[in-house]
Design a protein around this ligand. Sequence first.
Ligand SMILES: Cc1cc2nc3c(=O)[nH]c(=O)nc-3n(C[C@H](O)[C@H](O)[C@H](O)COP(=O)(O)OP(=O)(O)OC[C@H]3O[C@@H](n4cnc5c(N)ncnc54)[C@H](O)[C@@H]3O)c2cc1C
Length: 481
Amino acid sequence: MTGLTTAGVMLNDNFQDNKVSAAGKISNEKIKYAGKNIPVLYDVDVCVCGGGPSGTAAAISAARNGAKVVLIERGIALGGLAVLGCVYPFMDTHAPNSDTPYVAEIKNRLRKKGIDPFDGVTQQTWHNPEVLSLIYDEMCEESGVNILYETVLIDALSSNEKISTCIIQTIAGLAAIKSKIFIDSTGDAYLSRNVGVPFERGYEKTGNNQPLSFRFEMGGIDIDRLYKYVAIELKEDWCKSDPPYFEIAEAMHRKQRYKLEDLMAKGVESGELSQEEAEYMQAYSIIGKNGVMSCNFPEIPVKFKSTDPIEYSKAVTYGRKMMRNMANYLIKHLPGFENAYISREAAMLGARESWRIKGKYYMVEDDYHNQSRFTDAVCRTAWFIDAHGEKISEKLPKGGFYEIPYRALVTEKISNLIVTGRCISASFILQASMRIQPTCMSIGEAAGIAAAWSLKNNISVNSIEWDKIPKNQRSYVSQSR
Ligand SMILES: Cc1cc2nc3c(=O)[nH]c(=O)nc-3n(C[C@H](O)[C@H](O)[C@H](O)COP(=O)(O)OP(=O)(O)OC[C@H]3O[C@@H](n4cnc5c(N)ncnc54)[C@H](O)[C@@H]3O)c2cc1C
């Protein structure tokens, strides 16, 4: 009888009684949504949607500054593209002293876990995706961030220029989250678009988004053999560091002629590769995963848009075929790959760019070339404009950089919304520079500080003047010229 009663309760209510559910569940309220009564799982200060590099940083930084935070993530690991998307390593911003405290901490934590992220030559950070997701879980636990995994933001309720509630799909069913401040870290500006924030997608000149990639990892590679072949026999000097830090690359659309281009072109001649498969190939060794390389390919043709659900889904199927074909070709023809195999596929497609908000400040290409400075700057970067297939810019002169203003993270439209990461207010071309992971992390870190500052000082987040926050509480202070 007891069993039947329990089953009966569970059928009527997918959610456990609050008293017996996980710690941190702090609301017993229900709200009406789409004709249903759904539970409010959390009523918090800050709700962060999306646990990528920028969202995780925002959540941790808001919690460390005293806010009650919930972080929604549709996967079961934090890190977004860096973990679920197999995107590796953190690129170098090329800007001097660009590491904000959070970025420096991530690098230190990697080292403490036995992953030395520095090759001593390049400035990129050779992390390890599984160690990174562990570090993120630990940092959230330490700072008191409540994570909701396998939870998808599906809708938001707003009125009078304020969001009140997010509607989420959880493992138990639909639920709501109430919060004072919302941070859109979905990468796709999903929350912002839902509440009417103006947005853009793709390149205004061609209508194309940046190409999608379906990244993966290959194991069983003899990296020393590969290094001898590529760096010594072919005399390729693209990768300046030696194994275990080693990279191979080839990109037919770039000015740079890589030594592996011939190998890929031969594949097209023999009919083993298509031209689009041969076009772009890049792979990095992964620190702490001997014999494994992170593959930055296949690059999927731009006809498959990152902003169209049907084409996006077709891109997965198309990309998976490309991946298998390219992997088979390398196994057959590239010394070092003889015993290699696909060891891991990304759990999210690699969207370099999809939707971008139009906020209080709209960053443009001139901000890159003019090395713009802003009194409300939240970070600096100098990664070149890397719009695959559209524009690859010259690097800024050594020591040069531009800054990202807080106003590019907030909107006129919604007073309690901050946007982070690759979907902030920037043109297609400028976004192609600011989108790298360390810059996204620094943006998220600043968003978390601003959210906590807003709560303490009763100022809406879209009215905050970042430069009015005391210097010692800011993650970055502008360097005006
Ligand atoms: C192919 C490729 C190669 C790249 N190479 C590099 C590189 O070598 N180095 C580098 O530094 N950068 C690289 N980048 C760029 C960089 O990885 C991204 O720009 C960066 O990860 C963006 O961070 P983000 O936090 O804005 O978003 P994302 O990393 O996209 O994270 C967004 C998160 O939000 C979650 N999410 C989205 N929608 C919802 C929803 N509705 N509900 C719940 N959760 C949701 C996602 O699951 C994800 O975890 C590359 C990008 C791509 C695509």
